[in-house]
Each structure stands twice: as C-alpha cells, then as structure tokens.
Design a protein around this ligand. Structure first.
Ligand code: URA
Length: 447
C-alpha cells in the first residue's frame, strides 16, 4: 500500500510554512506578515493540508502571544468582506457560544432580544463533533432558507428585526479554510485558535454589541473552569483590541443545558420557551444572555429593567410572534411551524432508573454521541441528518427518581439505537444522597 503525500504545489509557500512551524516550535515569536502569509497561502491552496495541520498543531501546543493572536485573527479576515450594518436603524447586537449539548439558546435569545426592540444579526454554524449546530436545527423547519445573501441581511434586519443565517466563509476565508481541518486534526481545543476563530467572525459582522457564551464542564470544548475563564478573558481582550464592545457569560456544560437534544426536538423546545415556558437551566442562561445583549447596546439600562422587558415580551407573546415573523421572512411555512409540523421520529426506546435515588450526573458527551448514532449529527463529514432523531431528557441533575421511572427517551428511525440507548443509560448516574446541580450561569463578565 502506498502512503505517498500529496504533491507540493508551490515550493516557496511550503518552505515558508515549514520555516514558520520550526520557528514556532523552537519558541520564536512569529511576526504578523509571516502569520498572514501562512493563512493566505493555505486559503489560496498553495500549501497542502498536512503542512497547515502541522503549523496549527504547533500553535495549539506553543500558544500565541497577544500580538501573534491579533495577527492570526486579522489574517483570518484577509480577502474577506465586512458586513455594513450602518443602514440599520438602531444598535445591532450579536452573540456567540462555544457550543454544547441541548444548547438551543440562539433560537430563544435572538427573537426575545429582537422583540425587545434591539435588532440581532446572527451568523451560525453546523454541528461539530458531539455538539449541536444551529444551522442543522434550522433545517428542520419546512421551507426555511438557512442562507441569507450578504446584501439581504440589512433589509431583513430592518423589516423584521432579526436575521439568523449560515456562516459566510466569504467574510472570514482564513477561518473557513482552517476550521474543517482543525475539526479532523485535534486542533479545535486550543485557546488561541478558538479565540481567533470566533473573534475574526465577530469582527467581520461588527455589530454594536456582542455577548460571548463560553461553556465549561464535561461537555465543553475547554472543560476546566480556569482554562475556560482564560478563554473568556482572552476573547474579551481580543474583541476590545478589534473595537468590539463585548460582554461574556461563563456557563455550565457539565450536563446538557436543556431537556431536548436533536434538531427538530430543539426547535420544539425553543418554541415552548418562546410561548412562555421557563425551562430550568436553559431559560436561566437565556435570560442572562438576553440581559447582557440588551445592556451591551444600552449600558444605562439596569439589570432589573432589562429583565422586566424580557419577561414582558415572553409573557405577551411578542417574542414568539417575532420568531414566526422571522421564519416566514426567511421562507418558512408559518402554518406548519405554528402547528409544529416538524420532522418527528416514529420509534422510541426508554432509559429507566435502575433504582431509586438522586440524579448526580448526566454526561453531556455521552448524550451527544448517542444522538450521532441515530443520525441527529454527523459521524461522517457529508452524512445526511435525521432531523427528527434525538434524546429527550425528562430529568436533570438533582432530581429524585423512583426505580422504573423514565429518565430519558431516545427518538429514532434508523441507526444503532441499542448502542445509543446504552450510551444514554451510562450517561446517567444515580446516588443515595441529594445533590445540587451547578447553576447554568457560572460567572458574568461585564466591563
Ligand atoms: N466556535 C468557533 O466558531 N470556532 C472555534 O474554534 C470553536 C467554536
């Protein structure tokens, strides 16, 4: 069997990336021009994947100085455009999460904040590994166009008040090119690489306010709390250096955030919250993100005033109506959405409590991986999804259950449902003593 490497297309570009990798490994600082050269050579396909992967892995191991991080962030945007939001009446706000399981916050906070009168522009991505992606969830809504052309973003924001659209790699070509490579080369979980990836995209959108939701715990990209705090502070400093007004929340991902894990299941969950259900965990975090979003564009607004506005739009139905109006504006069948005619799996398996006790842990990665086995996420890069499949958790950490109680439902039509159910079973831990679940909101970072 041959193990030949792909041919080097541009020997000069290959020599430069190898030199940059060697220098970085030896502890030297790379200058902005060198970093821009590596990224633009890769975007232009002048260097092969394996040389770029070696450079990214070296950066992931050695870290980046503040100057190098700013240079990489800028390099990701080279050759891309920038959204011009100046035509929108009022300050526009944006949010970004580092990703998790059962995390349907975008589908809730965007319409809530928009219903409060603050326009929201949100570019969003697909699922990554065991975590869900908003774009995949949106595709379960019949008719909805998940890509809004760049020149239609401002008109949609002006007429509806919110836009949610697939990430445009036209804005940050460097991030677009390296992200998929990082996903398959173990270089996602690096503080500087995550920070540059996220802030480059936020810089290209350049909203007036920005809220970052950084996860910590077993289901987060960066699991350890002190490192997640470092990631948060790194992103806030970087955002400031790029002229963005950002706030952040550190949130718990030691268990799935909400009870629904899977695409259409999470759309239903978001609709339930928008109709007024304060789902524990999920709503606690959404309420905090909404308050931070409102305050990021209007710092005079007190936390109490922001909370009152949010409660009002949830209780009077205007947040729900905003979601419907936006979905119809992006092509959705409004009647189907209102009647919740969304994809639904027809088969069920149940996970029951083997004994009476308190739920002490629900491991998010195992639950996320179980949904992959029944087609709710991708095991292969281009695998088609089953939008109706997923897991519905009937309990959270801290709940008391009796022997035989159903703790979780597996919804599926295809895939390896037996292994998926066993995974969910192994994800749930029971104990003899009551435990208190960690708060969904761990720490707030406001200037
Ligand atoms: N989300 C991003 O956009 N980029 C990362 O690197 C990680 C999470």
């Amino acid at each position: 069997m041959s193990h030949g490497l792909r041919e080097v297309k541009d020997p000069g570009a290959s020599a430069r990336v190898i030199e940059a990798t060697n220098r970085k490994r030896a502890g030297a600082a790379l200058d902005a021009e060198e970093i821009a050269g590596v990224v633009t050579d890769f975007v232009a396909d002048r260097i092969p994947d394996y040389q770029m992967a070696a450079w990214l892995a070296t950066v992931a191991c050695q870290g980046l100085s503040t100057a190098e991080l700013a240079a990489l962030t800028r390099a990701y945007t080279l050759g891309g455009g920038r959204l011009d939001l100046s035509g929108v009446d009022g300050a526009v706000v944006d949010k970004h999460s580092t990703g998790g399981v059962g995390d349907t916050t975008t589908l809730i906070v965007v319409p809530v904040v928009a219903a409060c009168g603050t326009p929201v522009a949100k570019m969003t991505g697909r699922s990554l590994g065991f975590t869900g992606g908003t774009l995949d969830k949106l595709e379960s809504i019949p008719g909805l166009r998940t890509t809004v052309p760049l020149d239609a973003i401002v008109p949609t924001l002006s007429s509806v008040g919110m836009v949610i659209t697939g990430q445009s790699t036209d804005l940050t070509p460097g991030d677009g090119a390296t992200y998929a490579l990082r996903d398959v080369t173990g270089t996602v979980e690096s503080i500087p690489l995550i920070a540059a990836s996220i802030i480059s995209k936020k810089f290209a959108v350049h909203a007036d306010g920005l809220v970052l939701d950084v996860k910590t715990g077993a289901g987060a990209l960066i699991q350890e709390r002190d490192r997640a705090v470092r990631l948060t502070e790194t992103m806030l400093d970087l955002a400031r250096a790029f002229g963005l007004s950002a706030r952040a929340v550190l949130s718990d991902m030691s268990q799935p955030l909400g009870p629904s894990v899977g695409n259409a299941l999470e759309i239903r969950q978001a609709l339930a919250v928008l109709r007024g259900e304060r789902t524990p965990g999920l709503w606690d975090l959404c309420a905090t993100i909404c308050r931070l979003m409102l305050r990021s564009v209007d710092p005079r607004l007190t936390d109490e005033q922001a909370a009152a506005r949010i409660d009002r739009v949830l209780d009077d139905g205007s947040a729900y109506e905003m979601f419907l109006r936006w979905a119809v504006a992006q092509g959705a069948d409004g009647a189907a959405l209102e009647a919740e005619r969304l994809p639904a799996a027809t088969r069920r398996q149940f996970v029951r409590a083997a004994e009476s006790g308190w739920i002490t842990r629900i491991e998010p990665r195992a639950v996320g991986n179980a949904t992959l086995l029944v087609g709710a996420g991708r095991l292969a890069y281009d695998a088609p999804l089953d939008h109706g499949a997923g897991v519905l958790l009937r309990h959270r950490v801290g709940d008391r259950v009796a022997k035989g109680d159903v703790i979780a439902e597996l919804h599926y039509d295809r895939g390896d449902a037996d292994t998926a159910r066993s995974l969910v079973e192994s994800a749930v831990h029971l104990g003899d003593e009551a435990v208190t679940a960690p708060s969904a909101v761990q720490q707030i970072f406001e200037p």
